[in-house]
Design a protein around this ligand. Structure first.
Ligand SMILES: Cc1ncc(COP(=O)(O)O)c(C=O)c1O
Length: 385
């Protein structure tokens, strides 16, 4: 290497230290990979080398995708720039213009917008189903229906559809099933065991677990993941290596975090149910979650204040529980679905779905539960007065 300053500053990076393997996967913070010669470039195109250009693939993206695929017991997986990017890739891997989708009527607002606004532009039609009323898909299925889309624990009212039943129904009609398992995580339930074709995560949530990463992962049938990977590459929705590394690091404590957060949430739900200022508490029941692989009901609790207009005073009165429109961090946080995730719903949809002014969504963290309850009790007393 030249001793000239200009050349040395540019070529400063280390050669890989093969004999000093790092215990933790390094961050491959590179947009492109280098090759000794044209023969090796050719090997990439022949499938004998893995990486060429980070938008097409990167070891950190692959590590996260493989880890989630393994935990979900899926054949393959792919990571994406966000949960929405992963959802888009899964949908576009399956759907073409003229197709029809069936989805649960309780959906994350962003997913609803993608289905109802963006896919509609490609002549992909949508029907929403009230899974608490319906018992079969027969009356909703059309000759063009391709896919059933559900969330394991719905957002924000936390009901749990009978996944084994709906997946069986979808299969009977030849539909692909795509399940958003963000709220439950594979710690609680692995939808692939019930026959789901695709499972999607906003890894921004429990997989990352520390509110410091935006990422998505899609896992499932190898043929569909292969197609979804092409969609991600072609639409430019790839995950950055650093975000992938953070999400993979967060994943290592998923089981510990979920165990503690679910136990705390159960106690918080009990407290809210008996509080006079709270009109209604939403928390999955043991009956609803009977098909979960783990005897827990999740770490999200929603509740409606008796005096809905006191919601402003409630949020102001919180001292250390932060108002933050996301979930699943190690710190307990609250959000307000009506004015954030679900603000694109029409007034009619809001009333029909129960997402009203007084609805509070609580993401329960890993703190001592007595402190969480103490903080809520203090904030609810002026609200309930
Ligand atoms: C259930 C669910 N799915 C998908 C998403 C979208 O994920 P992201 O914000 O990472 O794009 C969210 C975001 O809140 C969510 O709550």
């Amino acid at each position: 290497m030249s001793e000239r300053f200009e050349t040395k500053t540019v070529h400063i990076s280390h050669a890989p230290l093969a004999e000093e393997a790092s215990k933790v996967t390094p961050i491959y913070q590179t947009s492109v990979f280098a090759f000794p010669g044209l023969e090796e470039v050719e090997q990439y195109y022949e499938g004998k080398r893995n990486y060429l250009y980070t938008r097409n693939g990167n070891p950190n993206q692959a590590e996260l995708a493989a880890a989630v695929a393994s935990l979900e017991e899926a054949e393959d997986g792919v990571s994406a720039a966000s949960g929405m990017a992963a959802i888009m890739a899964g949908l576009l891997a399956v759907l073409s213009p003229g197709d029809h989708i069936l989805a649960a009527d309780q959906l994350y607002g962003g997913t609803y917008s993608l289905l109802a606004k963006e896919l509609a532009r490609f002549q992909i039609e949508l029907d929403l189903i009230d899974l608490q009323r319906a018992t079969s898909l027969a009356e909703f299925v059309r000759p063009t229906t391709k896919l059933l889309y559900l969330e394991t624990i719905t957002n924000p009212l936390l009901s749990v559809p009978d996944l084994p039943h709906w997946i069986r129904e979808a299969k009977a009609h030849g539909l692909v099933t795509m399940i958003d398992n963000t709220f439950a995580t594979p710690y609680l339930v692995r939808p692939i065991r019930y026959g789901a074709d695709l499972v999607v995560h906003s890894a921004t949530k429990y997989i990352g677990g520390h509110s410091d990463v935006t990422a998505g992962v899609l896992v499932g049938r190898a043929d569909l993941i292969r197609r979804a990977r092409e969609v991600i590459v072609n639409y430019g929705a790839s995950l950055s290596p650093f975000e992938a590394w953070l999400a993979a690091r967060g994943l290592k404590t998923l089981a510990l975090r979920m165990e503690r957060q679910c136990d705390n949430a159960r106690k918080v739900a009990e407290f809210l149910r008996s509080h006079p200022a709270v009109a209604q508490t939403y928390y999955p029941t043991e009956e609803e979650t009977a098909f979960f692989h783990c005897r827990k009901q999740g770490a999200m609790v929603s509740f409606r204040l008796r005096d809905e207009s006191s919601v402003y005073a409630f949020y102001r009165a919180l001292r250390w529980i932060k108002l933050a429109p996301s979930l699943a961090g190690v710190e307990t946080s609250v959000s307000h679905p009506l004015t954030t995730s679900h603000r694109s719903l029409s007034e009619e949809q809001r009333q029909a779905s129960g997402i009203t002014l007084g609805l509070v969504r609580l993401s329960v963290g890993i703190e001592a539960y007595a402190d969480i309850i103490g903080e809520l009790a203090a904030a609810l007393s002026p609200a309930g007065a």
